[in-house]
Structures are given as C-alpha cells and as structure tokens.
Unconditional design. Sequence first.
Length: 382
Amino acid sequence: MLLASTRTPAAHEGSIAMVAKYMKFRGHGPANCGDRRQVSRRTILLGAAATVLIAPASFTRRAVAETKSVKIMMDWIIQGTHAPYFLAQQKGYFKDAGVVVDALDAGKGATNVAVSVAGGAYQFGWVDMPSMVRFNAMNPSSPLLAVYISFDDSPLAVVTRKDAGIRKPADLDGKKIAGGPGTAVHDTVSILLKAAKAENVKIEWINVQPQLFGPMLKRGEVAGTGGFTNSNIPAALELGMTMDDLSVLKYSEFGANMYGLALVTTKKFADENPETVKGVVAALNRGTKDTVADPDAGLAVLKARDPMMKLDIEKVRLGLALELTKTAAVMKNGLSVVDPAKLQFTIDAICEAYSLATKPAPGDVYTEKFLPPLAERMLSKT
C-alpha cells in the first residue's frame, strides 16, 4: 500500500527529477536506448512514490501523546478554600476538557507543594505567588510556572485582638505577635512595614507552633498572629472568638499588594503538554466561577466528601477566600488578568525580603498562554 505523501508540490517535482536521473543512470533513459524512448511520467511518479516509502525517518514527524492523567496538590488540608477544584471535579469540568484528575490531595504548605510539583510527584499544585517566586529564585534549574492566578490579592495579614488597639502597621511596635522564623508573615513583614512607611517598628515575635496561634490569641497571651486571613481568622472563630473581637491588618490594604494563590506546574510539563494544561486551567476557571456564583454549592460538595466538616467555619473561610478572588480589579477585568506592575512588585518585594541573589523574570513566573478566552473569565456583576 502506498502512503499518502505530505510533501508540497515542489517537493514532488524534486522527487520526480531525482527518480528520472536515477533511471537514466541505470540504463532506462534516452541516452542508452536505441529507439530514444522517453521515460513515461507514470513510471516516474511510481518511482517517486516509492522514495516516500523508503525515505529516512527524519522526513516523518511522530506526534508525541500528551499526558492526560494528572495529580493536583492543594496548598494545605482540604478546606472550604478548595471548593473550586472539587466543584469542577464533581461537575465533570476536567473530563469535559479531556483531562483525568487522578488525585486532588492535601498539601503541607507552600514549600512542600513546590517541591512535590518540581520533582514530578504531582503535575500541578496550588502555591501562593510569593512562595513560588522564592522557590524559583532558589531553584533556577527547576522553576515553576503559574498558569492561573486564583487569589488576586495576597491573604497575608496580621490578625489581632481588637482590644489590643492595633489599627495600622505602626501600632505593631512592641507588640507580641505569634509567628517565628520560617512563617510567612514573620519573614515578609518587612514588605508590609515598608509599604506602610513604618520601617522602624519592632515586633516581639513569639516563636510557637501554628496550632498554638489561636489559643494564645484567645487567652490574650499575644496581641496577634501572623498568617493567611483564610487560615488564622477561622482558627480564632473556631475557639469561640467573633469577628467583632478581631482587627485584621491585610498587606493589600496598606500598599503591600501582591498576588496570592496560583495554579502552578513546571515549564517542562507545560511545554510538553499544552493542551492538558489548558484543560486543567479551563476546568478550574469554570469551578471558580461556579463557586463565586454559588458558594453553598461548593461547600455542599466538600461536606459530602467530609461529613465532619464544620460548615459554619468553612463558610467563613470560603468567604474570605472569595474576597481575595473577586477583587474590584477582577470584577472589572476578569479572572487571572495580571497587572505587570503588580507582578513585578510581587517579585521585587519577595526578593528583597529574603535577600535573594537571583530575581526571576516576570515571564518565568507567570504566563497567560494557557488561559481560556477573556469572555469566559468574566464574573457576573449581579
């Protein structure tokens, strides 16, 4: 059976000329025939077709099948914050996009997730942008790439007791705040203080395990705790405190406006599996929009997965997460529309805070090439 050639007409003409020359050399051409017979075009075409069959392998392009089965690691234990992923899974959005999600697993913090994705144990992870910038700067040979930004604002904050009288970063001077070296706010508070023009503030950090933050705050042993709003506020509420008992200093409200959680993968995986990446992003985008439109539906999916989940607490947690998702900028411009200046600030601020020698380029941190059309990323304003 002859294989159909994919060559251009010019390439066919070249093959015909080559075969004619070859046949002349073998004694079939006019120079060696007493009756001066011409080689028929049919004979030449048959010979040209034969050359396609015996052409070197370099003439053919083998399409490499993309990886369609993936594993995704969340940033922390499964909570209300993760509703967009589980709603997308429950509604079949990943399947619709041609992707099979083998696992939506809990993580153990940003560094653990980053390492798991960079090492190939997971194809995707949910990592906050500041942590990803730091990881890339420290691991330039195995960088991660953000392909969809979920939190348009950073969840970083200092959550304080209202009776401590802390209303602005300058008020933190001399106060006891739970969070030691290695915790996000302890290591990045210089960004907040610099943005708020309160660089002379001296905080008395209390280095204890994160599970002690809430109890110490409730007992008044510390004036505040450093961490993510969607983690530290629910932790305080679960112990019986109310929102009226708390005052929250959000980084974003004092000029330290950085991006937050993002879906990340490796550049290598993205380059080799572009349609898979597009599929995962499209599914998460649909799950995000559905969660914004109906948070209770997202919580219902999580509750069915974990009957012990406390819906009242998780409703607050998800509400805090959605505040970071549907910011004024997102409502105007759409989901995962990145402001170059804000992205650059995120990179510069983190590199300065951690005294990193290498500063990743914005294009090595985030790409929009895998996003669905902008019209599909707009949120309803009703």
